[in-house]
Design a protein around this ligand. Structure first.
Ligand code: BGC
Length: 355
């Protein structure tokens, strides 16, 4: 009798256990809600159907659009250091500014079974293909530096973009000019005459910096005159050549040189100095990124100012978002962009940014 009762009890307990383990109703969806601010809750209950997040030590593939880019060099070094410090195996590859090559690199990483990808696309226009590829492989992916549209990102919920709001950097550039003693109108003719040296125009950073730097001036009620706008593809040598040509053509008419990034501004500075012009006296010069070389020039008075494009902050943000994805987080459409703030750098605060 005792034995029968014990058997009955065991059967009842087993039934209860089976039900708890999912033998009954489908278990509730344990996917954490999309949350781009708080760290993902990785303390999932023991009986969850979600796969365990790989502990730090997973394999991460990092695709950079090209190694030969001053800002992305600082960025990728920061990214690699943070990932290694956290114990991940990291492979960083150079896309050589060739989207077809980068597509192959992404496929190779997928075949190798990486746990997550961090991708700096070569072409923003290739975002659809990249997103479709990582989605069909189910690889959690963080896009960096070149922002796709919200609609493109909505195709895959294990995808997040970490970067900055490019419009903000343009606005800050315009403000740097407005804050000069004559508000950018050096010759006092009532208008600000400028040249614009643009990054790769396919890139949203180039588009929005170009637009918003000038918008800050017109929003402040200033009259502006664009003497020239030329693409310099983020490149120092092109910045120098473009600025030299424009100085030869427009001479003293140029009051402001807007550069979409610091590397082009450093090139432009060489042209300005060769033409015998003096920054902050007879011409203004602004960039974006706060590269070490630019910080030195701001501090020496050879650049009017720059805007910190926080490579370390973005690298840390990219790794944090990657870890949320590895912990099982998904992102709702419209909430797939995480921004790090730009900071205005002037002669007054430049020392805060210098190492
Ligand atoms: C940076 C540029 C860089 C570009 C690469 C921009 O955010 O300001 O310096 O060349 O990203 O995509």
């Amino acid at each position: 009798m005792k034995k029968t009762f014990a058997l009955l009890l065991t059967a009842v307990m087993m039934l209860a256990l089976l039900t708890a383990c999912g033998g009954g109703d489908k278990p509730a969806d344990t996917t954490p809600p999309a949350d781009t601010s708080a760290p993902a809750d990785t303390s999932a209950p023991a009986d969850t159907a979600e796969p365990e997040a790989p502990a730090a030590g997973g394999n991460i593939g990092v695709c950079i659009y090209k190694f030969d880019d001053a800002f992305m060099t600082t960025y990728r070094n920061a990214l690699e250091a943070i990932l290694k410090e956290k114990g991940y195996e990291v492979t960083v590859v150079d896309g050589n500014n060739d989207q077809a090559k980068q597509n192959e690199q992404i496929n190779t990483f997928i075949t190798q079974g990486v746990d997550a990808l961090i991708i700096n696309p070569v072409m923003t226009s290739a975002a659809d293909t990249i997103i479709a590829t990582v989605k069909s492989a189910g690889i959690p992916t963080v896009l960096i530096n070149r922002e796709p549209t919200a609609d493109q990102m909505a195709a895959y919920d294990k995808l997040v973009y970490v970067g900055c709001d490019a419009a903000q950097s343009g606005t800050f550039q315009g403000e740097l000019i407005l804050e000069t003693p004559n508000g950018g109108d050096i010759n006092g003719d009532g208008k600000i005459s400028y040249i614009m040296i643009q990054g790769d125009p396919e890139n949203i950073d180039a588009q929005l910096r170009t637009e918003y730097s000038v918008k800050a001036l017109t929003d402040a009620g200033k009259e502006v005159e664009q003497l020239n706008l030329t693409r310099g593809d983020w490149d120092r040598e092109k910045g120098q050549t473009i600025c030299a040509n424009d100085l030869a053509q427009f001479g003293d008419k140029i009051e402001v040189v807007f550069c979409n990034n610091d590397d082009m501004a450093i090139g432009a500075l060489q042209a300005i100095q060769s033409a015998g012009r003096k920054v902050n006296e007879d011409i203004y010069l602004v960039g974006v990124d706060a590269l070490d070389a630019a910080l030195n020039e701001v501090s020496n008075g050879n650049m009017t100012g720059t805007v910190l494009n926080d490579a370390n902050g973005q690298a840390a943000g990219a790794v944090a978002e990657m870890e949320k994805l590895l912990g099982g987080a998904t992102y709702a459409s419209g909430e797939q962009s995480v921004y790090v703030d730009y900071v205005k750098v002037t002669p007054e605060n430049v020392s805060d940014f210098m190492k």
